[in-house]
Design a protein around this ligand. Structure first.
Ligand code: BG6
Length: 528
């Protein structure tokens, strides 16, 4: 992060002796039904998360699973397919045969076109066979891992078939919950329609809108770091903070998802959800409790305080698309990716400046950027503190004393680093007599401190859906307000497709225009 001294590691103040004992509640008994059970998300994320929950003994003895997808497969073929996918999944080492057999014995498959209401009787019949302990008293978790175009029909069919029923309150049993994957709509209007459809069939307490960033340990830690300590919060405002940078950079391209990405683009794919979530957690006021509505109320207030991005037909925002570049010689340009139009104007990178018009943040710019095929994979929030009002040390006259930085790393190396100045031992510079200063860094890394990799986001989120804890899911007004922020920019850019889409080389840090966004306002500043 800084060019100062190597970081000092921060260890937990209590000797943990390996991984700490976890006090995690076991899931409610339920049958989980995934629509889209053979798709990418199910293979790469959901099945590994379920397996890990089984390894950790966090699923109930009466847990059962029904995968629903169009492909014709037997139960046994589906189990085999999932086992193969699991063994290929990211971070997988060796299969725990006991946990896998436990899960596989509760795993079933039904081939059905869920957009067609006529196929639901067969699903109901299969569920009657596998629901435990009795078919009429089983909690049902419906997971929609389906393309957005099929959401409405699936929701309507689920409700019309009687499988998914409205319950008056979250304490009713048996419960029926529906998990909806992102993207939640593709604009404010479509999100409003989707919310209207869902809330016409079930209560808000039954809907779990996923933003998987919220399941990341380091994202939840933003709340703990800010509100379980009193040392930083007094500085967390316009008096002490110069600006905030939020980055979600990926080194991969669009991979096999070109067709989806062409429709989405980076603003819908990353900003409307993940980046705005990071911003709300970094900027929100302390909630009265860590409870779903208390936390979400505060996040919505931040979104509502954001100054409109587009003013007089202008926006402080930059878009661009990756092309083949020297820094990643093997990477194709976006327009050569599978499923992408040769004259595509879909942005794969964006950077923007946001302003929060409230007492805490007035005048503090928030710079957000995200893109595919960038130099390195990293997601983080960097708080840059103001320089001391009068600098008496070091290179003060040349203005080169690096400012204090607090970096909350979401990934990789989940953790927190704090950069500050110390006296360089023994030196007195001939040009600036007195003390010389060097930036140093204190670094806390989850893995080093706790000796284990954090849970996957999906593991945390799946367990929460089975426990009925909606704190890490987005509420209807939250998702709509986030669209209200991003929609005008998407509109502006689609009304004015760039005649020549600005480009950046694969493997670089994005277009030079993104640097100007920062330096135009803060001379000398750079993306960190
Ligand atoms: C998804 C986007 O929501 O997040 C993907 O659709 C993106 O395009 C992914 O790659 C990034 O997630 P993570 O957890 O790898 O940062």
């Amino acid at each position: 992060m800084s060019k100062g001294r190597p970081p000092v590691t921060v260890a937990p103040s209590v000797q943990l002796g390996g991984a700490p004992e976890r006090l995690r509640e076991r899931a409610d008994p339920c049958t989980m039904i995934i629509f889209g059970a053979s798709g990418d998300l199910s293979r790469r994320k959901l099945m590994p998360a379920l397996y890990k929950l089984a390894v950790d003994n966090l699923l109930d003895e009466d847990f059962a699973f029904l995968g629903v997808a169009r492909e014709a497969m037997t139960d046994e073929q589906y189990r085999e397919l999932m086992r193969t996918e699991l063994e290929k999944s990211e971070g997988f080492t060796t299969l725990d045969e006991g946990a896998w057999s436990w899960l596989a014995s509760r795993m079933w498959y039904s081939s059905a076109d869920f957009a067609n209401p006529d196929t639901f009787p067969a699903i109901i019949e299969k569920l009657a066979l596998i629901d435990k302990p009795q078919a009429d008293a089983t909690n049902h978790l419906f997971y929609l891992a389906v393309p957005p175009s099929v959401f409405p029909a699936t929701v309507s069919n689920l409700a019309a078939s009687g499988l998914m029923q409205r319950t008056p309150s979250s304490s009713d049993r048996p419960w029926s919950r529906i998990v909806v994957e992102k993207p939640f709509g593709r604009s404010l209007d479509t999100a409003l329609e989707l919310n209207a459809l869902l809330l016409d069939r079930v209560g808000e307490h039954q809907v779990y809108r996923i933003d998987h960033y919220l399941g990341k340990e380091a994202v939840q830690n933003i709340l703990v770091f800010r509100f379980a300590n009193s040392i930083f919060e007094p500085l967390w405002n316009r008096e002490y903070i110069s600006h905030v940078q939020i980055t979600a950079a990926e080194s991969v391209g669009v991979e096999t998802r070109g067709k989806y990405y062409e429709e989405a683009g980076v603003v819908r794919d990353m900003f409307q959800n993940h980046l705005l979530q990071l911003l709300t957690l970094a900027a929100m006021e302390p909630p009265i409790a860590i409870e779903a509505d208390a936390v979400r109320d505060e996040k919505v207030k931040v979104l509502r305080s954001l100054r409109p991005l587009v003013h007089d037909g202008q926006a402080a925002a930059v878009r661009a698309q990756y092309v083949a570049g020297k820094q990643a010689p093997d990477a194709a340009g976006y327009r050569s990716e599978q499923g992408v139009a040769a004259d595509s104007v879909t942005p794969t990178f964006a950077a923007m400046r946001l302003a929060i018009d409230n007492w805490r943040w007035k005048g503090v710019p928030f710079f957000l950027r995200s893109g595919k095929r960038l130099k390195q994979r990293k997601s983080e929030i960097v708080i840059q503190f103001k320089s001391p009002p009068h600098m008496i040390f070091g290179e003060a006259e040349t203005g080169h004393v690096p400012p204090g930085l607090l970096t909350m790393r979401v990934q990789p190396r989940e953790g927190i680093a704090l950069r500050f100045q110390v006296k360089t031992p023994g030196t007195v510079h001939e040009l600036t007599p007195g003390f010389e200063t060097t930036p140093v860094e204190m670094d806390f890394c989850y893995q080093d401190a706790f000796g284990e990799t954090p849970n996957s986001a999906y593991e945390t989120l799946l367990l929460d859906t089975m426990l009925g804890d909606a704190t890490l899911f987005t509420r209807s007004d939250e998702v709509e307000t986030a669209w209200r922020v991003m929609d005008p920019l998407i509109q502006l850019w689609s009304d004015r497709p760039a005649p020549e889409m600005p480009t950046y080389g694969a493997g670089s840090w994005g277009p030079t225009e993104a640097d100007a966004l920062l330096t135009d306002e803060l001379p000398g500043a750079r993306w960190l």
